[in-house]
Design a protein around this ligand. Structure first.
Ligand code: FAD
Ligand code: FES
Length: 285
């Protein structure tokens, strides 16, 4: 079977959750944590493409889609970063080493890492949106010479909401990558930029005609990001966004995640902007 480079490769039966054990729960911020799970296949791990997601099932509570946030070159560690917002994600927050979860997947399309080869890359993330982009950053770092200039723009609500602050600092300390972080409102313990993440686009150094941009965050942020990227000369065909919709089957069968004529679970979550533009511009669909 052949796959387009950023298509899903489903390694497990798509509808049967595999029981996996929690290896570690790491607190990231007041409402966000990272779960490291033992993958279903302990020899192969769970290979995935940056940007793909799994369905995580808390027995007796429910199942939710969560992006894989770990290193795609280390599939023996199945890593997810989760914001506790409701019943299932709060139940996950209570888990401990040895707790059991069900996992299905990986599902969906990934970031266009092949298309970006040899080109400049602009990454724009808002809040928890950095989690699905972290595997992409690892991928680029693991093959740094294969890509052009890399810029990461990250916006968080407050200094305390900044995800992966140590990694952002270490990426920013490199000489081959630009990292800019901005928070929404001024805070006494913050000496950096304040405002919306799109205001950081002024700092980006890239050859617009030869750049691939990838964005993940609240939809309103991604709409402004797309407009800002267009303003600096990056056309819709070179912009990719990751969309979120409520899901059930994650395998293109139930229709819960319908987004215009597409299903986010199988045609996305990563879409090239020009392919979804008519409904991307619509607030609720
Ligand atoms: C492809 C994909 C990847 C995702 N990756 C991550 C991730 O890496 N980390 C993470 O923390 N979350 C991620 N999410 C969102 C996550 O699935 C939801 O937060 C989760 O389903 C909430 O479930 P719950 O039972 O805890 O909350 P619920 O009780 O179901 O909902 C709590 C609140 O969150 C809202 N909500 C629920 N589901 C969604 C959704 N899919 N999109 C937007 N709002 C929603 C509800 O309207 C409600 O306001 C992803 C979603 C998708 C579709
Ligand atoms: S979640 Fe069932 S079709 Fe996408």
């Amino acid at each position: 079977m052949t796959h387009a480079p950023n298509r899903a490769v489903i390694t497990a039966d798509p509808v049967v959750p595999h029981p996996v054990q929690v290896r570690e729960l790491q607190v990231e911020t007041h409402d966000t944590f990272t779960l490291t799970l033992d993958p279903p296949d302990t020899d192969q791990g769970l290979p995935f493409i940056p940007g793909q997601f799994t369905m995580l099932y808390v027995f007796g509570s429910g199942e939710v889609p969560i992006s894989i946030s770990g290193n795609p070159d280390s599939p023996l560690q199945l890593v997810h970063t989760i914001r506790a917002v409701g019943s299932v994600t709060r139940a996950m927050q209570e888990m401990q080493t040895g707790s059991m979860l069900g996992v299905r997947g990986p599902f969906g399309t990934g970031w266009p890492v092949e298309e970006a080869l040899g080109r400049d890359v602009v990454i724009i993330a808002g809040g928890i949106g950095l989690a699905p982009l972290r595997p992409l950053v690892y991928h680029l770092l693991n093959r740094r010479a294969d890509y052009g200039h890399v810029s990461i723009l990250y916006g968080a609500r407050s200094p305390g909401d900044i995800l992966y602050p140590d990694e952002l600092q270490s990426w920013g300390g490199r000489f081959d990558m630009d990292v800019s972080v901005i928070i929404d409102h001024a805070a006494t313990d913050w000496y950096g930029d304040v405002g919306v993440v799109t205001s950081l686009l002024d700092k980006v150094r890239c050859d617009a005609g030869n750049t691939i941009a990838m964005a993940c965050g609240p939809e309103i942020m991604m709409r402004f990001a797309a407009r800002g990227l267009n303003d600096i000369g990056i056309p819709d065909e070179q912009i990719h966004v990751s969309m979120e919709r409520n899901m059930q089957c994650a395998a293109g069968m139930c229709g819960h995640c319908q987004y215009g004529p597409t299903f986010v679970c199988k045609d996305g979550p990563v879409f090239r902007l020009d392919r979804i533009k008519p409904f991307f511009a619509t607030r609720e669909i």
